[in-house]
Design a protein. Sequence first.
Length: 276
Amino acid sequence: MTPSWTTAAGRTRVGIVGLGPVGRAVARAVDGSLDGYLLTALSARRPAPAQEFADSLPSRPAVLRAQEVADACDLVIECAPAAIFDQIAQPVVEQGKTLVVLSAGALLNSWHLVDTARTTGATILVPTGALLGLDAVQAAAEGVVHSVRMTTRKPLRGLLDAPYLQDRRHLLGGATEPVRVFSGTAREAASGFPANLNVAVALALAGVGPDRTELEIWADPDLDRNTHQITVEADSASFSMSIANVPSENVKTGLITALSVVVLLRKRTSALQIGT
Ligand SMILES: NC(=O)C1=CN([C@@H]2O[C@H](COP(=O)(O)OP(=O)(O)OC[C@H]3O[C@@H](n4cnc5c(N)ncnc54)[C@H](OP(=O)(O)O)[C@@H]3O)[C@@H](O)[C@H]2O)C=CC1
Ligand SMILES: O=C([O-])CC(=O)C(=O)O
């Protein structure tokens, strides 16, 4: 079969690695309604379900291995576990292409890729994802920011697989009330909660960095949504904002995450662009 990426004709060829709720929702949106893009390649851990999904889409993207997607595409959206971030990201950045990063925590551990991007001309985009207000945080960071604090509250089941909690199960116990399970920086949270706290790293990158962004994580048995409350004190403004995310099929991931990526893609090709 002729690979579909040979027929791009001026459109940005999009590859998506990871076909969980984020990858699938973004794939459907790119496939159906985003002018200027051609869904070209998909990748998942299990090729058979990935192929079945690819065959259900009118653009019939190829199913490739994660590290092959960069060769076939101009823009690659990483929606996969943090553990395989480098496999996906490195070839994209080395080839001077565009990388959209959902595993923002993993980017912190592979920061050399940002330096590589400066030399290859690659672009690394971190969407607002499951969060809000990164435009205001970035604007404030043009001036002096005194503090950025985030409190995340999650249902117990959204935290149970976090490495930080593996030998701290006693914190959760048979909790019937909210329990604070972590207090520290966004950098510390990124390694302790690689699949749960990408939002804290996105906030840190928008504002005062991973070592000055302070974070508390609470496990709340009564919650059914991931909620994030952010407070910023800066010389230009003080503000606080919060979001309560409706979970996707993956309880750890809010539905709004994929929509944020769709907006990012749409904005790149729009004549009228709203927000910074
Ligand atoms: N920045 C943000 O605001 C947010 C970021 N996230 C992050 O976004 C990412 C996607 O979230 P979500 O859709 O819920 O993730 P899921 O965990 O539901 O899905 C992960 C996908 O990655 C695939 N995968 C695993 N290993 C490989 C591999 N070696 N090669 C290719 N694909 C692989 C899996 O394949 P298979 O289906 O075959 O198992 C699966 O399709 C996660 O890293 C999550 O932490 C999530 C929410 C918010
Ligand atoms: O940060 C993450 O990876 C996920 C998250 O908190 C959310 O979806 O609200």
